[in-house]
Structure formats: C-alpha cells, structure tokens
Design a protein around this ligand. Structure first.
Ligand SMILES: Cc1ncc(COP(=O)(O)O)c(C=O)c1O
Length: 441
C-alpha cells in the first residue's frame, strides 16, 4: 500500500506547485507551541508561524477547548435566514477594536478582497442611484500600489503588482487596474515621491476609481517592504479629497504583527474598509472578515425596491462558520489578555540587534524589521532553496522566496528560540557565501 506521502505526491496540489511536485515537502506529524515535529523524527523550530497565522504558537489549549466546545454544540449552520451567537459576538468585538461597525464574514483572505472590491463598486453605484445621477456607475476601477499582493483569486490578482505577480499567466482574464508608485522603503521615509505620484494618479483617475487598496505599513508577499505611516496619512487625506474609498488590507498585518493591533494605527487613520484574516483564528481555521463604516453599509442597503442594489450580493456556503468564529473569539480574548505589546516590543528589539549582524554578508542587500517580522533582502534570487536546506538541517523551519529571507514568528516565542532562528539565518548566509567563494577559486 502507498504511504500517505506517496498519495500526497500523486494526488495533491501544493501552493504554487506542479503535480506531481518536483520539489520536496517535508512530512509533518504534529505541531506544538513553536515546534514542528516531522514524521522522520526531526523537530524544527518554526520561523514562519504558518504564513502569519499561528500567533500564539501551535495547538494552544484555550483555542482547542473553544473548538471542541463549539463542535459538540454545532459545527456549522447555513447563515442565510439563520443566525447564531459566535459570529455576533465576534463581529461586536472586531467592530469595537476597529471602530468599523459593519462586518461581513468570508472564508479566506482572497475572498475578503473580492468582497471588498464588490462592496466599493456597490457603494458608488448605490450612491449614484440615490443622488439620481449616472456618473458614479463609472467608478468601478481600483488603484493599487507597485509591489502589492492581495491574494490569488481573479479580482484580488487584478490589484496585485502586474509585474511581480501572475497577471501575465492569466492575461485578459485579469481586470486592468491602475497602479501607482509604492512608498519608499523605510518607516522613517518622507515618501515624498510616492505621495506626489498618488496625488497625480488620483487627480487623473478618481472619476473612474472606487477605491485605493493597500497593505498598511508592510507590503508582504510582494517584497516584505516596510514603509512610513506618513504615506498612509497622506493616502487617507487624498482619498477623501478625491472621493475614493480607502481599503486597508490588514489580512497579514492585523492583530499585532507590526507592533500595533492594526498597522493603520501607526498612522492614526481609519480606513473606510478593512480586511482581516490569517491570524484571526490564531492559525486554527480559515476565516476572514471585511469591516466597513456605517455610511457604506447604509448606502448599499437603503435603496428602494426598484434599485438593483439593495443588498451586498455575496454569500458563501460556509459563511460565519461556527467553529471558525468560536476559535477566533477565543484567539482574540487570548491575545487581548496577553502582554502582546510587550512581547512584540521584545521580539522587535531582538530582530533589530541580531539581524544587523547579517549586514556584513556580501549576499545581503538590506535588512529590515518591524514587530514580529524580520527580513533579509538578498542581492540575488537564486539562493532560496540552498538557504532553506541549511536551516532545515540545523533545525529551523523557514521558507525564503525569491530574494527574501525572512521570519514571521509567533508572539509566544522564547528569546532563546528567536535568537536561534536569526543566528541560523546568518549562518545559512555565511554557508552560501563560503560556497560561492570556493566555486570561484
Ligand atoms: C495582504 C494579503 N491579502 C490577502 C491575502 C490572501 O489571503 P488568503 O491566502 O487567505 O486567501 C494575503 C495572503 O498572503 C495577504 O498577505
């Protein structure tokens, strides 16, 4: 009989992979706290927190308890025409935290992006009907930033950087959106050029644009680019000036990753629409939300019977899944009760001090960090798998991609384990550097 690993290889697509996959997937037996236990007996220290999601570490007993308790009562019930307690409590908690009162539950981050785009279009369509004008119907384009990443579904892909993403593969299926210069790197940058470019873009395209979508403070998968709150403050002002909604995609940055509960808080701004996902359930289950201000939900909802916009036309089968919402509630309570700000400050300080040691390596272009995120940007793209192999053979799980060698850690990681992850990254760089020098000899 085939082993489960053989079956996996034969039948299962992995992310961004071929089938059968010609790379390697490590076989995981179990996870606990910040450790990954492999089938072959090896134990890896986790430096990825499962793509920004496992903020409390794996298998937290409080989350498990919430999941089991809910599973015994009701794992799921359709949300159309029926309602239940967990999503109501979660919506209240999220709207209190964000000051955005209207909550739409989605199954994943990409779906939340789709819903946000539809919501922004619906808002302007409804507003135009309300005012008895036709013009706003044209507001159905989106402004996005260079290096943006917002997910893998078609609408979300359309607002991803067209050069750095899958636009080329899917050609005309991807809507053409409007892209503007990304903010300059650096939390302390003045971002003058990017702000000026955004103003010019808005001046030219605001009549046809429903929203500006951006990842606040950290552009993630498109380059792990950390930028200044000044850009966000100006983006907020310019969106107001040119009557374009501001969508903050906090799917990655949300729930403390940048040292604030939400990255928008660095700039003290409130978006019109906010998206949350990933760590919402502490890494247990897939759940995302779109939150909007009341004006948007009221505008979409108040049209008369003659209008074709009386509702938000989206409703996935597993909307507001009871298990996901129960775990999300438990995760949020756990986070809020924990000294999360202090923990993130410590993590940030350790990254700051330890990552700086990578700067002298000849492969390194830049080193940057914020909150639970530490990034080493390399001059070249081809070392990712060598670096990963070195880390795994030294007991650390990291997944570098392209020229980005980075760690996003659970907030509960110990100082010793965090230092081990960073030291291993630096040792991996030295190993590759030495190999290259020997090749040249
Ligand atoms: C900023 C951002 N938006 C959206 C998404 C898509 O989320 P999901 O993978 O849950 O579809 C991601 C995923 O990495 C992301 O980083």
């Amino acid at each position: 009989m085939d082993s489960w690993q053989d079956l996996d290889k034969k039948h299962v697509w992995h992310p961004y992979a071929s089938l059968p996959y010609n790379g390697k997937n490590l076989a995981v037996k179990k996870t606990l706290k910040t450790k990954i236990y492999l089938e072959d007996g090896r134990v890896l220290l986790d430096g990825m927190s499962s793509w920004w999601s496992a903020i409390h570490g794996y298998n937290h007993p409080k989350l498990k308890k919430a999941l089991v308790k809910q599973a015994k009562k009701m794992p799921h019930i359709m949300f159309g025409g029926l309602s239940h307690k967990q999503p109501a409590l979660l919506a209240k908690m999220l709207s209190d935290l964000t000051c955005l009162p209207s909550v739409f539950f989605c199954d994943s981050g990409s779906v939340a992006v789709e819903v946000a785009l539809k919501t922004a279009i619906s808002y302007y369509k409804a507003r135009a009907e309300n005012l008895g004008v036709k013009a706003d119907e044209k507001k159905c384009k989106f402004i996005s930033l260079e290096y943006a990443y917002h997910g893998d579904t078609l609408g979300a892909m359309s607002v991803c950087d067209p050069v750095n993403s899958m636009h080329k593969i899917y050609g005309s299926y991807v809507q053409k959106q409007i892209f503007t210069k990304a903010p300059e790197l650096g939390f302390d940058s003045s971002c003058e050029e990017a702000i000026e470019a955004l103003e010019q873009t808005l001046k030219k395209y605001h009549k046809q644009s429903a929203a500006l979508i951006l990842e606040p403070i950290v552009q993630g998968a498109g380059g792990m680019r950390i930028y200044s709150p000044i850009f966000l403050q100006n983006a907020r002002k310019l969106c107001d000036k040119y009557d374009v909604l501001l969508i903050a995609d906090e799917i990655a940055t949300g729930f403390g990753h940048t040292g604030k509960m939400f990255a928008c808080e660095h700039a003290k701004i409130k978006p019109d629409i906010m998206l949350l996902g990933k760590s919402l359930t502490g890494g247990y289950l897939s759940l995302a939300v779109m939150l909007t201000n009341k004006e948007i939900s009221d505008m979409i909802s108040k049209q008369g019977a003659k209008s074709d916009i009386q509702a938000l036309m989206h409703g996935p089968t597993f909307m507001a899944n009871a298990l996901s919402c129960a775990v999300a509630l438990s995760s949020l309570k756990l986070l809020l009760k924990s000294p999360w700000e202090k923990r993130l400050k410590n993590i940030e300080e350790i990254f700051e001090i330890e990552l700086a040691k990578a700067k002298t390596n000849s492969l390194v272009k830049d080193v940057r960090n914020i909150g639970a995120i530490g990034v080493i940007e390399l001059k070249r793209t081809e070392y990712a798998s060598l670096l990963q192999d070195f880390c795994v053979s030294h007991g650390v799980w990291l997944r570098p991609f392209s020229n980005l060698f980075y760690a996003i850690v659970a907030y509960t990681i110990s100082e010793k384990d965090l230092k081990k992850i960073i030291t291993t990254m630096i040792e991996a760089l030295k190993f590759v550097e030495k190999g290259l020098k020997n090749e040249r000899k």
